[in-house]
Design a protein around this ligand. Structure first.
Ligand code: C2E
Ligand code: MG
Ligand code: MG
Length: 958
C-alpha cells in the first residue's frame, strides 16, 4: 500500500512538475522575450549602433522563444499530451533558451565591445549581467518545479561567465566575478530550495488528493451502505405487512376449517348412520379387535354388536369355518398380524345356523401397532356374506363361457340396436373383430347397396322394435366381404318395469346347409359330367310341361339323340376322352338349342331335347337338320379331331301321346329306328310303326311284369362246324313273348334293360333257361352241345354273374364246358383287374369265353392276350361285306390273327353261300347265320338237332 502510495505520489509529482512547468514556462518565455527586447532596445537607443550578429541573435531568439511559447500553448493543452513528450519538450526548451541566453551574453560581453567603440566593457558587463541575472531570476521563479529544467537553462547560460573567468582571468573584474559567482551559487541554492518546496507542496497536494479520494470513496461507500440499509428496512416492512396479511388469512382459514370440520362431523354422524344401514343392506359385519386387551367386538347377522373375549371368538370361529378353509384363514391372519401383508383378506365358508355352508369374504387391517416392537394392538375389519354373489359369479362365468364357446353367433344390442357385445363365433361369421363391431348399428356391418336389402333390414328393425322379437332367414353380405345365409333370432330383454334394456340375437349359419341342399338338388337333377339336366329332371320337367302348362304349350317335340357308334369310340378314346367328348357334345347341344325349352343328358350317349313348336320358331325338321349340321364339325379331343354323327328320334305332343311315358317311348322308338338304319339320320315316330310304343308298351314297367309273368323266351340259333357241317352248338338269344303284341326282339328292350337292374334279371333267366335246355339236350343224348349266352358289361359290373352261373350249373347239373359266354369288347375296358379276376373265375368253371361283335369296337388288341379269351366272333357287319375287297382283307386278317393266337374263330351273320365259301377257304372254324338257320324256339332247335346230327355224339372242336 505504501509502495503504491509512494509510486502514486511519485507519478503525481512528476506529472504535476511537468504540468506546472508547462504552464509557468510560458511566463518564463514571455519574460525572456521582454528582457531580450529590453536589452536590445537599450543597446539600440543608447548606442545607436547596428550590430548584425546581435540583431540576428535578437531576432532568432525572439522568433524561437515566440515559437516555443506558441507550441507550449497550442500543442500542450492540459490533459492532452504525453508526459514523456512534454518532459522532453521542456528539457529541449530550457536547454535551448539557456543556450540562446548564453549566446546573447557572449555577444554582449565579447562581441559588442569589440564591434562598437561606444560600448564600454562595463556597459557590456552590466547588460550581460542584467540578462543573466534576469534570466536566472525568472528561471528561479518559473522553472524550479523540476530542478532538471532549471539546470538545463541555468548551466548553459552561465557558461560564458565561467569561460571568461577562466580564460580572461586578468581582464575581468574579480570583484564582479566573485559577486556574480556568489549570486549564481545563491540562485542555484534558492533554486534547489524552491524545487524542494515545490516538491513537498506537490507531495502534500498528492497526499491530500489521495485523502480526498479516500474520503470521497468512504463517503460513496457510506451512501451505498445507507441505501442498502434503506432497502433492507423497506423489505422488512413488506415482509412484516405480508406476515400480517398471512396471519389474517390464516385466521380466516382456521375459522372456515373449523366450520367445515363441524359440518363434516355432522355429515360423518349422518354417514355413520348410513354406513350402518349400508352394512345392514350389504350384509357387512364389522368387527373390532382390541388385541392388547384380548377383546373383540363383532356384529352378528341381526346387526347387533356384542363384545366377547378374543379367545372365545377364535374357538367359535374354528368350529364354524369349513375345515378346508381353516388353514387359509389362519395363514392370512398370521401373515397380516406379523406385518407381512398390507391388509388381511380371506374368503372362506362358514356354517350358518341351519347347517349350510355360506361363503364369506373377511377383510381387515391392523390400525395400531406398538411403536417399540411393532406388535399389533388393534385391528378392525369387515366380514361380508358373498354366498349369493359367488353363486351368481359362477353362473355368470358359466354364461360367459357358453357365450364364448357357443357354435352359434350371439350378439347383445342396446336399446338403440347398437352392438354392445358379440361372441367369437359371431366375429368369425361376420369377418369383423369385436372392436370393429361394437358401437355399430345392427345392420351397419352389412352391405346395404340394394334397395331390397335395405327394405328387408328396415322391416326387421321395425318388427324388433315393435314386437320385441324377430325370427327368420336372411341372406346377408357383410362389408368384410363374407356372404352368408343366416337364421337370425332376436329377442328383447326387459327390466322389472317391462322396459326394453337390451336385445339378444342368436345367428345360425345356414350357408353350408343351403349349399349342401343346392349341391344335392344339383346332383339329383343334373348330370355332373355335362352339367345338363339328368333323366330324372328331364322327366320331371317334361311332365311339368305336359301337365301344368298344357294350356300354354300347344305343341311339343321330344327329340332323342344318340351318338352313333359311341361305344367303340369311347373305348378308343379311353374314359377321359369319352367324358371329354360327352362334355363337348353337351356344350354344342346347349349352343345349338338356344331356342329349345330343355336339353338333357339322359344316360351314356343319350340326350334329349324338348322343343316347343310354333310359327315363330324353325320347324322341328329345320332344327334337327341344324343340329346335324352343327355336329358335322369335328370335336377336338386331346388334340385329335373326331367326327361323330347323331341318330335322332322325334315324337310329337300331342299327336303321339299325351303322357310322359308314352311320348318318351315314341321318341325312343324313333331313335331305335334311326339307329337300325345305320345312324346319322333323323326318324320321326310314325303311328304305322310296329315298334313297342305303338303297341302301347311302356318298356320298363312292362318288362318287369314280363319277367314276373315269365314272358321271356330263349331262342337258339345253331352254330355249324365249317369242317364237317356238324352242329357245334347254339347261341341263346332272348325274346319277349308279349301276350298281346307277340314276339319282341331283344334289340328293343335289352338297351333299356342295360340301363337298369333288369339286365341282371334277364341275364339270370336266360342262363337258367339255357342251362335247363342243355340239361334237356344232354338228357336226349346230345352231350357235346355248347350253348353261348350273351353277357353285357352291366352284368359283369353288377357282380352277380358268378352266382348266377353257379346256380344255373348246379341247378341243372350240367357241365361248365357246355356253356359259353359271349362278351363284348366294351366289357373288358372298365376296371380290367376285376374283369380279369372274374374271367379267371369263369374259366375255373371250364366255361369258354367268346369275344362277340369283334372288330366293331376300337379295341386294343392287347386285350386278346391279356384276357383268357377262347373264341373270336367276327361281327356280322364284316361278314355281310364279304365281296368287297378291303372288307374281305379285314375278315381274313381277323381270322388269321385269331388262329395265330390259338383261338376258335366264329363268323356270325352268314347269309350267302359266297360268304360261307370265302370263310371256309380262310379256315374259319364255326359259322352262324340265317344261311343255316334263324334263331329257333327250343322245340324247333331240338328238331334241328335231331335233323342235323345223325348220332347224338359229337366231337369237340376246341
Ligand atoms: P348278337 O349277340 O350279335 O346276336 C346275333 C344277332 O344276329 C341276333 O339277333 C341274330 O338273330 C342275328 N343274326 C344271326 N345271323 C344272322 C344273319 O344271317 N342275318 C341277320 N340279319 N341277322 C343274323 P338278335 O337275336 O335280334 O339279337 C340282337 C342282339 O341282342 C344280340 O347280338 C345280342 O347282343 C343281344 N341279345 C340277344 N339275346 C340276349 C340275351 O339273352 N342277353 C343279352 N345280354 N343280350 C342278348
Ligand atoms: Mg352274341
Ligand atoms: Mg354278335
Amino acid at each position: 500500500m505504501t509502495y503504491n502510495q509512494d509510486e502514486y505520489i511519485k507519478q503525481h509529482n512528476h506529472a504535476a512538475q511537468i504540468a506546472n512547468t508547462l504552464r509557468h514556462s510560458r511566463y518564463f518565455l514571455v519574460s525572456i522575450l521582454i528582457i531580450c527586447l529590453y536589452i536590445f532596445a537599450i543597446y539600440q537607443v543608447y548606442f545607436t549602433h547596428q550590430s548584425f550578429y546581435f540583431s540576428i541573435w535578437f531576432i532568432f531568439t525572439e522568433v524561437f522563444v515566440s515559437l516555443c511559447w506558441m507550441i507550449s500553448t497550442v500543442y500542450f493543452k492540459p490533459g492532452q499530451y504525453s508526459l514523456q513528450i512534454a518532459h522532453r519538450w521542456l528539457q529541449f526548451q530550457c536547454f535551448s533558451v539557456g543556450t540562446l541566453i548564453a549566446s546573447g551574453i557572449f555577444l554582449i560581453f565579447y562581441y559588442l565591445p569589440s564591434n562598437n567603440e561606444n560600448f564600454q566593457p562595463i556597459q557590456a558587463l552590466t547588460l550581460s549581467a542584467l540578462l543573466l541575472i534576469v534570466t536566472q531570476t525568472f528561471g528561479l521563479t518559473y522553472l524550479t518545479q523540476k530542478l532538471n529544467y532549471f539546470c538545463l537553462a541555468f548551466l548553459p547560460s552561465i557558461v560564458p561567465y565561467l569561460v571568461a573567468q577562466f580564460f580572461f582571468f586578468d581582464e575581468t573584474n574579480h570583484l564582479f566575478n566573485l559577486s556574480i559567482n556568489f549570486g549564481l551559487i545563491v540562485i542555484l541554492m534558492c533554486a534547489m530550495t524552491s524545487y524542494r518546496i515545490h516538491r513537498r507542496v506537490s507531495t502534500l497536494y498528492a497526499k491530500n488528493n489521495l485523502l480526498v479520494e479516500n474520503a470521497e470513496q468512504q463517503v460513496k461507500w457510506t451512501d451505498e451502505l445507507c441505501q442498502q440499509l434503506q432497502d433492507e428496512v423497506n423489505k422488512s416492512r413488506d415482509i412484516e405487512m405480508q406476515l400480517q396479511l398471512g396471519n389474517q388469512l390464516l385466521e380466516q382459514k382456521v375459522k372456515e376449517r373449523t366450520f367445515d370440520i363441524e359440518t363434516m362431523n355432522k355429515d360423518l354422524e349422518n354417514q355413520q348412520e348410513n354406513l350402518v344401514l349400508a352394512h345392514e343392506i350389504a350384509g357387512l359385519r364389522p368387527w373390532d379387535w382390541n388385541v392388547k386387551e384380548r377383546r373383540i367386538s363383532v356384529t352378528n347377522h341381526k346387526h347387533e354388536k356384542s363384545l366377547r373375549s378374543s379367545k372365545d371368538h377364535q374357538i367359535q370361529l374354528q368350529h364354524v369355518i369349513h375345515p378346508d378353509d381353516v388353514m387359509h384363514f389362519k395363514t392370512e391372519m398370521t401373515r397380516h398380524l406379523r406385518g407381512l401383508t398390507d391388509r388381511y383378506e380371506a374368503t372362506y365358508r362358514i356354517q350358518n345356523s341351519n347347517g349350510k355352508w355360506n361363503w364369506v369374504h373377511d377383510i381387515g387391517r391392523v390400525i395400531t401397532r406398538d411403536p417399540n416392537n411393532k406388535k399389533p394392538l388393534r385391528m378392525v375389519g369387515i366380514r361380508r356374506d358373498i354366498h349369493q354373489e359367488r353363486t351368481s359369479q359362477e353362473r355368470l362365468k358359466l354364461a360367459a363361457s357358453v357365450l364364448q364357446q357357443a357354435a352359434e353367433g350371439i350378439f347383445i344390442l342396446n336399446e338403440e340396436l347398437r352392438y354392445i357385445d358379440v361372441n367369437p363365433f359371431y366375429e368369425q361369421l361376420t369377418g369383423f373383430s369385436h372392436e370393429q363391431i361394437i358401437g355399430k348399428h345392427l345392420f351397419d356391418i352389412t352391405a346395404n347397396y340394394k334397395s331390397a336389402q335395405r327394405s328387408t333390414h328396415y322391416s326387421i328393425i321395425k318388427q324388433v322394435l315393435k314386437m320385441g322379437e324377430y325370427d327368420g332367414e336372411l341372406h346377408e353380405k357383410f362389408l368384410s366381404g363374407k356372404e352368408l345365409t343366416l337364421w337370425m333370432h332376436i329377442n328383447a330383454i326387459t327390466d322389472e318395469q317391462n322396459r326394453v334394456t337390451h336385445y339378444i340375437g342368436i345367428v345360425s349359419d345356414l350357408t353350408e346347409r343351403k349349399l349342401q341342399e343346392q349341391r344335392l338338388s344339383y346332383l339329383e337333377n343334373y348330370d355332373t359330367l355335362t352339367d345338363l339336366p339328368n333323366r330324372f329332371y328331364y322327366n320331371y320337367q317334361l311332365h311339368q310341361y305336359l301337365v301344368s302348362q298344357q294350356d300354354s304349350i300347344k305343341q311339343l317335340a321330344v327329340i332323342r339323340l344318340n351318338i352313333d357308334r359311341f361305344r367303340p369310340l369311347n373305348e378308343y378314346l379311353s374314359n377321359n376322352g369319352g367324358d371329354e367328348l360327352l362334355r363337348q357334345v353337351a356344350q354344342r347341344l346347349r349352343l345349338t338349342n338356344a331356342e329349345a325349352l330343355f336339353v338333357a343328358h339322359l344316360n351314356g350317349d343319350d340326350f334329349a331335347i324338348v322343343y316347343e313348336m310354333s310359327h315363330i320358331r324353325p320347324s322341328v325338321q329345320e332344327h334337327c337338320e341344324r343340329l346335324t349340321k352343327a355336329f358335322s364339325l369335328p370335336f377336338n379331343i386331346f388334340g385329335q379331331d373326331h367326327v361323330i354323327t347323331l341318330s335322332i328320334g322325334v315324337a310329337f305332343y300331342p299327336e303321339h301321346g299325351r303322357q310322359l311315358d308314352y311320348l318318351n317311348n315314341c321318341a325312343e322308338q324313333a331313335l331305335s329306328e334311326a339307329k337300325n338304319l345305320g345312324g346319322n339320320t333323323i326318324r320321326y315316330y310314325s303311328n304305322e310303326n310296329t315298334a313297342l310304343l305303338e303297341q302301347g308298351i311302356f318298356l320298363e314297367r312292362d318288362l318287369r311284369k314280363a319277367i314276373q309273368n315269365n314272358e321271356l323266351v330263349v331262342y337258339y340259333q345253331p352254330k355249324i362246324n365249317f369242317r364237317n357241317k356238324d352242329i357245334y352248338g347254339f347261341e341263346a338269344l332272348v325274346r319277349w313273348n308279349h301276350p298281346e303284341k307277340g314276339l319282341i326282339p331283344p334289340g328293343l328292350f335289352i338297351p333299356l334293360a342295360e340301363q337298369t337292374s333288369l339286365i341282371s334279371d334277364i341275364g339270370r333267366i336266360v342262363l337258367q333257361k339255357t342251362a335247363k335246355q342243355i340239361r334237356l339236350w344232354n338228357n336226349l343224348g346230345y352231350n357235346n352241345i355248347c350253348v353261348s349266352v350273351n353277357i353285357v358289361a352291366q352284368q359283369i359290373r353288377r357282380g352277380q354273374l358268378l352266382n348266377d352261373l353257379d346256380q344255373a350249373i348246379d341247378d341243372n347239373q350240367i357241365d361248365g364246358s357246355s356253356l359259353e359266354l359271349e362278351i363284348t369288347e366294351s366289357s373288358l375296358i372298365e376296371n380290367s383287374d376285376s374283369v380279369r379276376n372274374l374271367l379267371d373265375e369263369i374259366k375255373k368253371r371250364k366255361i369258354n369265353i367268346s369275344l362277340d361283335d369283334f372288330g366293331t369296337g376300337y379295341s386294343s388288341l392287347s386285350y386278346l392276350a391279356d384276357f383268357p379269351i377262347d373264341i373270336l366272333k367276327i361281327d356280322r357287319s364284316f361278314v355281310s361285306k364279304i365281296g368287297e375287297n378291303k372288307q374281305q382283307a379285314i375278315v381274313s386278317a381277323m381270322i388269321a390273327m385269331g388262329k395265330a393266337m390259338g383261338m376258335t374263330v366264329v363268323a356270325e351273320g352268314i347269309e350267302t353261300e359266297q360268304q360261307m365259301q370265302y370263310l371256309q377257304d380262310l379256315d374259319c372254324d364255326i359259322a352262324q347265320g340265317y344261311l343255316f338257320s334263324k334263331p329257333l324256339p327250343q322245340e324247333e332247335a331240338t328238331i334241328f338237332l335231331e335233323n342235323n346230327i345223325s348220332a347224338p355224339t359229337y366231337t369237340y372242336l376246341i
